[in-house]
Design a protein around this ligand. Structure first.
Ligand SMILES: NC(=O)c1ccc[n+]([C@@H]2O[C@H](COP(=O)([O-])OP(=O)(O)OC[C@H]3O[C@@H](n4cnc5c(N)ncnc54)[C@H](OP(=O)(O)O)[C@@H]3O)[C@@H](O)[C@H]2O)c1
Length: 311
């Protein structure tokens, strides 16, 4: 099949390009620089020097694709976050998604796949939720929710199979947040905030990518959660992670102090439970995570970091 991937140079996209190319598909990946083009080539894809916000130019490169995967995002990685830091990400998710969906439809694609995060539907009381739960919009999540709607409507109108893969919190040896966390734990500068009891639904980045590969190859209409098999308490995760990299056990910070130092957005992320499952995707498709819990996944991250000399 002919497959077009936006975000093909990112932590998620490059894995999608590599896996699909390895299966013999003709994959074209969006690249915005010479370095990006080289990344796409090194993953076995053909680079497309297109601009996400220039429909005519993008359509030329998407033409003839059977599947279009929109994996571009621009999530800020600094510590103290404000809603305005998400401006480019919001534009990618709204205007970019609309353009990608139109290109996919005009190119006659059979499938359109979009990336979002599971916590768009996280209930405020921390209870379990799934794909049927109502979304809980916040200023930084609204654009993803809008992007989901754009993709699902485009599918409905144009006869494409539209798939929204809502991923849990990614981790992996090359993802920016995991590297920040590892470096912070080493210096005992990444604390457990509050009681550490909040649950996280995580996904190793390789498993997130393999879910996109599944959605490229199988008809999966609608919304699907992509998380590993067992949510973990934030305190257990950080203690385990610190232990595996030979770091001291993290300090515990009261919520008020963490809020003062890091702002309420980041603190909310570490103190709100995010308890969901990929049961729907696992029963409807051939996908299941290679790293069923954070333990296997973190062991793999540590192996990569040791080989690279990062720790
Ligand atoms: N579920 C989750 O937990 C989740 C979801 C998303 C992101 N994240 C994390 O957040 C961190 C940052 O994520 P990220 O997705 O922003 O970074 P990333 O891994 O660098 O990927 C972003 C991709 O989108 C592309 N992109 C960015 N701005 C673009 C634009 N204006 N037009 C077209 N393409 C554009 C990038 O291209 P260039 O290489 O050309 O910049 C890149 O290919 C990562 O560590 C990731 O793990 C987590």
């Amino acid at each position: 099949m002919k497959i077009y991937v936006t975000g093909a140079t990112g932590v998620l996209g490059k894995r999608i390009v590599k896996e699909l190319s390895g299966l013999g598909h003709a994959v074209t990946g969006m690249a915005r620089s010479a370095k990006g083009e080289e990344t796409v080539r090194s993953m076995g894809g053909a680079p497309s020097r297109a601009d996400l916000f220039d429909k005519d130019a993008l359509l030329k490169d998407v033409e003839g694709s059977d599947v279009v995967i929109h994996a571009a995002t621009s999530i800020p990685v600094k510590k103290r976050l404000k809603p305005e830091d998400f401006r480019l990400n919001d534009r990618i998710r709204r205007e970019g998604t609309r353009i990608v969906a139109e290109c996919a439809a005009e190119a006659g694609a059979r499938r359109l796949v979009f990336q979002d995060v599971v916590w768009v539907a996280r209930p405020e009381d921390g209870s379990f939720y799934d794909e049927s739960s109502p979304v809980v919009p916040t200023p930084t999540l609204q654009s993803g929710i809008d992007g989901e709607k754009i993709v699902l409507e485009a599918g409905g109108k144009r006869g494409m199979v539209a798939t929204v893969l809502r991923c849990g919190f990614f981790y992996g040896s090359d993802t920016a947040h995991t590297r920040q966390m590892g470096a912070g734990l080493k210096k005992r500068a990444f604390p457990i905030i509050g009681d550490g009891e909040a649950l996280w639904s995580l996904i190793h980045i390789d498993d997130a990518a393999s879910a996109f590969v599944t959605a490229a190859l199988e008809d999966l209409p609608g919304i699907w959660h992509v998380v590993d098999d067992r949510p973990v308490r934030t305190g257990d995760f950080l203690n385990y992670f610190a232990g595996r990299i030979g770091a001291p056990q993290p300090y515990r910070f009261p919520v008020w102090l963490a809020r003062f130092l890091a702002g309420s957005y980041s603190v909310g992320f570490f103190t709100a439970s995010n308890n969901t499952s990929a049961g729907k995707l696992k029963s409807a498709s051939g996908w299941s995570p290679k790293y069923p819990t954070y333990r296997e996944g973190i062991q793999q991250v540590v192996r990569d970091w040791k080989a690279e000399g990062f720790i």
